[in-house]
Structure formats: C-alpha cells, structure tokens
Design a protein around this ligand. Structure first.
Ligand SMILES: *Cc1c(COP(=O)(O)O)cnc(C)c1O
Length: 609
C-alpha cells in the first residue's frame, strides 16, 4: 500500500506528489514543508494542524447534497444543521466551524451547561441552537435566557421531568419561552461501535406513552405552540444505512401522528448525527457502506413519502452530524524518534580473528543471500541463531559473539523479506509480523488518539515524505508514555509498512489523519502529556499562512492545573540548587537558567527530534 489507502480515506483532501504528501487545495502546500516551517521556530514534539478549508468542504457538502435531494424529490421543507459541540469544543475548531458555516446559517448544538454557554456566545444570530442531554432547572432557565436574548433555540426534552421544569420556569417568569423539542425513543437501533443511543432500552428519549402525556401537559400549560421539533439520534459513526432508514420511518410516523393530535406548530424533524467517516486504509475493511449522497436522498425521500401518505406537510429537516463535519480538518504530526532494530546495524559488527563456526556460517549466508536461495538461507539462519543462543546460555560463546550473531540474523531476515516482498508466503508474512520494526513516536496515544486506546478505533496513518519509494518494514508504533498500552501494534489483517530510515541522517514524520472529531477533549493527560502545539493553516492560491498558534502546556502549568502550586515547585527546585555547593558561580547561574527553561517547556521530548 504505497499510497497508504489515500484513495479510501482521504476524500481527495491529500495527494502524493514528488514523494511528498500535499494538501489537494489551491497552492497545494506539502505537509512536510508546513511542519518544517513550524519546527524552524524551535518547536519539537507532536503538532496538531487545523485546516479550516476542510471544515468548509464538509459543511458545503452536507448542505448541497440535502439541497439537491430536496429539489429532486420536490420536497417542501427546509434544511438546517447544527454542529454538536461535544465533538470538538476547542476554540480554533469552533472558530473554523462558525466562520466557515456563516453563509449557511450553520448553528451549534449543546449537551451540557458549559456547552450551552459556549453556544450562546458563539452562535451567529440567525443560526439555530439545539440543546440535548439531561437538564436541570438552571440549564433550562439558561435556555429561556438564550431565547430572551434573541437566539433561535430549541430545548429538546429527554424525559417528562424536564418538560415539567420547562412549564414551571415558564409560569414563574416572563422570559421568552424557547422552542421545545421532544426526543423520541425509537425501537430501531444503530450499528457500529457507538450505537447505544437507540432501542427500547436506550438512555435517552420518551416512549410512545410518555409522548402522549407530554402533548397533554403542553396543551394544559398552553405551550403546545412551542413544540417545534422531534428529535432522535441513533448513535455515532453509523456503519450501515439500513438502521437509519428504519429510524426515519419510525420517527416520521410519530411526527405525522403528533400533527394529527393537534401539535400544530410542530414543523421539524431533527435526525441527530451519526454520519460516518472513513477511517480505514484497506479496501476490505471499510467502515461504512453509504455516501453522503445516498444518505441525504434516503432521508428526504423517506420523510416525503411518509408525509404524503399521511397527508401531512413536509417537515423541515435538521441534522446534528459532527464527526462528518470536523474529523478531517485536523492532522496530528509526530516525529519518529527511533527505529528500534537499527540497533542491529551491520556497521556495529565486530568480528574476532577466530569466530565460532556457526557465526562464520552466518557471515557466509549473509554474503551470498540472493533471490534464488533466500528462503533456504533464511531457514538456515533461523536455525543457527537458536543454536547460538543456546551456546551463549551454556557459556560457550561470549557477548560479542552473541551481538554479531544477532546483527547477522537481522540482516539476513531483512534482506530475505525485501527479496520476497513481491511474492510473500504465509511463513514470510508471519515472520514479518513477528519481526516488526518498532517506530517510537514523539506523542502520547492517550492524549492524541484516545479512541484508539479505548475503542481500538483505527486512524489513517502515513509518512509525510519518502513516498516515492515502497515502504517495506512491518511497523508497530510506540508512543513515549511509559505505559504498554501506548502502542499501535502491527495488525497482519490491516498491515502498516513504513520506510527504513536512518534517523541519524534524516528526519521521518508520520501524519495521523481524521483526528478532528472527539479526540481532543477525550484526550487524557496520562503521564502528564498535554494537548500538543496546535496551528491553523489558511491556504490561498499562491501560498499558506500559519496562524492561531497555541503552545502545549508547560511542565509547570500542567502540574498547576492538577492542583499543585507552580511557584512553590519552581522555588523549591531553585532553592535546592542554590544551596548546593557549586565550584563555579557561572555554572550555578547557567544551571539555574537551564532549570527554569526546562520547566517552562512542554513535556514532549526535545533532544532527538
Ligand atoms: C453525539 C451526538 C451527535 C453527533 O454525532 P456524530 O456521530 O458526531 O455526528 C449529534 N446529536 C446528538 C444528540 C449527540 O449526542
């Protein structure tokens, strides 16, 4: 997979040209060039790049496919979308979403008090706010305050208790009453890892009986004309389109029934999120079976059909897809710090005048290995190393002999794998898997790819350069946390091959893609590694601009953020050093300055890459 499945996961956002990975947009900068420019300012460690043009591309795609489907089906409702804040609340992600979405009146969805406050401060006036999740009286009152302040806001109730609280707040105050939505509990469930939001035993939503009761409560409180929306969300990253169609039929019929029951202001169906993103790099393992085009036309067609059959006006359609909008906009770039088996480099061989016979044989095998004999020689070498290791255990050969043997065998295996890579056998593939090269990356998987750690979610990964040559090393990726879970192991079903790079001579950077959804706030500060340095990249016709730099938290700041006192720590360390007896005053001052610099830098590794 020389193109690392680019044609499968990248949605034409990136292309390979002259061996480098480039943005497939306007002036087409290479990711390596951007990375090197950022690193020229003494930035080390991992970096996160945001590309607002990719947010715009997704927003435009969502709106234009629904628009097209509505025209084709003579659909008579409108289309609106909101961005669910839980998918990425980081300031420059939200700035990209709100500025790129302005022309579409793209709004925001909130699921907690803090997200609601964020939505109230960042949603442009003509765009919608929807509020989901469990709400107390304070949060509901905040919704009233938002409506009073001029926002087009819908509070979606998750249970009857919330509706009672809304009625209470409406009776107690003269604040403007927000639009009310009802989350319906559907029989249908989604598919895929995150499909826990639907079904009879779902965490959210009102049952049929509760919906009937809600209508009665609303009528009694004279608030039935505030009921504008019904809502459902069957789970994230829907791999299959069938469940969403079932959910639409169910929700569409509930909508039509409510209209018949006198919910005359009801005019919208909110179909939640769940549009999938392609994360896989291998064509046999695709993560979803539909396109945005099929999705939008199914939604529009089905809702139109149900309403026409029941003689109900077409509802406006709302979506809350988040992953689909922002996953592609962020790329994590990590330098590779080390290739572990480079410790077995042939230049480290150190033969004696008299070597044990088996070692002499290994030397010959290594020297004479060719296309024809490589399998046979490989078998011989594997046999010899077994014997040599036994001889070492028994004290017949010394450490230098053992080192020479290990280097020779590694060399033979490597050559044999290269020679047979165009026609691998099962045995060789197994050997590949057991002899992976371990690439140490300057990043934390817990911090930057938490869904890999928690859910085994694969993220596309590839080098930013050297793409003119075939990568041949079966690769596993190790992060710099001291936790054995901080590893992305080699998976023979979905193999990753990387280049054999001599890091003493050149740098090697890996990009992890589609990391813009969920990873950032889910990221953990395990081992006290923090959100990496981030930058927004604006690309125009002739060049690009790097802006909105946010540095990763310093060592002192991360300690401070979990409750230590940064100054107390700094003073303690400085005083301990000052009290010690230095021979030279200048060295003392230099060391103090060094110490202070170290504590004000972030915790990623600096000296190597
Ligand atoms: C999480 C969530 C979404 C977003 O789901 P995606 O899969 O990211 O599109 C939308 N609506 C609700 C209610 C959610 O909880």
């Amino acid at each position: 997979m020389k193109n690392f499945g680019l044609d499968i996961w990248s949605n034409k956002n990136f292309i390979i040209e002259n061996g480098e990975l480039k943005l497939n947009y306007k002036s087409m900068p290479s990711l390596l060039q951007i990375t090197e420019e950022i690193r020229s300012n003494d930035v080390k460690g991992p970096i996160l790049l945001r590309f607002p043009h990719l947010v715009k591309k997704q927003i435009r795609s969502l709106y234009s496919y629904f628009d097209k489907a509505m025209k084709e089906n003579s659909y008579r409702g409108s289309f609106s979308a909101v961005f669910p804040l839980k998918v990425n609340q980081f300031p420059y992600a939200i700035e990209a979403v709100t500025t790129q979405g302005r022309d579409f009146n793209y709004g925001l969805e909130a699921g907690s008090k803090a997200e609601l406050i964020l939505a109230m401060s960042k949603t442009p006036k003509n765009s919608n706010i929807t509020v989901n999740g469990f709400k107390d009286k304070e949060m509901i009152t905040l919704g009233f305050i938002a409506a009073q302040s001029g926002h087009k806001i819908t509070l979606t109730i998750e249970g009857l208790g919330e509706l009672e609280t809304i009625i209470e707040v409406a009776n107690e105050s003269s604040l403007k009453v927000p639009h009310i939505g009802i989350r319906v509990r559907l029989h249908s469930t989604g598919s895929g890892t995150w499909a826990k939001s639907g079904g009879m035993d779902a965490k959210f939503g009102l049952t049929s009986t509760e919906i009937i009761e809600a209508i009665a409560l609303l009528k009694e409180a004279n608030l039935i004309n505030n009921l504008h929306m019904i809502h459902f969300h069957i789970g994230s990253q829907m791999s299959d389109i069938a469940p969403i169609k079932r959910a639409l039929r169910e929700a569409g019929n509930i909508y039509a029934e409510l209209k018949k029951m006198g919910a005359s202001a009801l005019n919208s169906i909110n179909i939640g999120g769940g549009l999938a993103v392609e994360y896989n790099q291998h064509s046999h393992a695709k993560s979803h079976n539909y396109s945005i085009e099929e999705f939008s036309s199914s939604v529009v067609f089905l809702l139109g059909e149900i309403m026409d059959a029941k003689n109900v006006q077409h509802p406006n359609i709302f979506t809350e897809s988040g992953r689909f909008i922002v996953a592609s906009h962020a790329v994590l770039i990590t330098p590779v710090l080390e290739l572990f088996t480079q410790d077995y480099h042939e230049k480290l061989l150190n033969f004696k005048e008299q070597n044990p016979p088996l070692i002499e044989e290994l030397r010959e095998l290594n020297r004479l290995l060719n296309n024809k004999n490589c399998i046979e020689y490989l078998h011989d070498a594997l046999d010899h190393i077994e014997s040599l290791l036994t001889l070492f255990d028994l004290g017949y050969i010394d450490l230098q002999d053992r080192s020479n043997a290990e280097i020779l065998v590694h060399s033979i295996i490597k050559k044999a794998l290269y020679l047979t890579s165009s026609h691998p056998t099962d045995e060789l593939e197994q050997l590949q898997a057991s002899l992976q090269e371990r690439y140490l990356i300057n990043a934390s998987i817990f911090q930057s790819l938490p869904d890999y750690w928690g859910l085994n979610q694969h993220f596309p990964v590839m080098p930013l350069h050297h793409l003119e040559s075939q990568p041949r090393r079966a690769a596993s990726l190790w992060d710099i946390t001291c936790d054995s879970d901080g590893e992305i192991g080699f998976n023979p079903d979905k193999p990753l091959y990387l280049h054999d790079i001599n890091l003493d001579e050149e740098e090697y950077f890996l990009g992890f893609f589609n990391v813009g959804a969920y990873q950032e706030t889910l990221g953990m500060e395990h081992n006290l590694f923090t959100h990496p340095n981030e930058y927004t990249i604006d690309i125009d016709d002739s060049s690009y601009k790097i802006k909105n730099a946010i540095e990763s938290k310093s060592v002192l700041d991360i300690l401070n953020s979990i409750g230590y006192n940064r100054d107390e720590i700094l003073n303690k360390l400085k005083n301990d050093l000052i009290k010690s007896d230095f021979i030279e005053e200048t060295e003392k001052n230099d060391t103090l300055a060094k110490l202070e610099t170290f504590l004000e830098q972030n915790g990623y590794l600096r000296t190597t890459n």
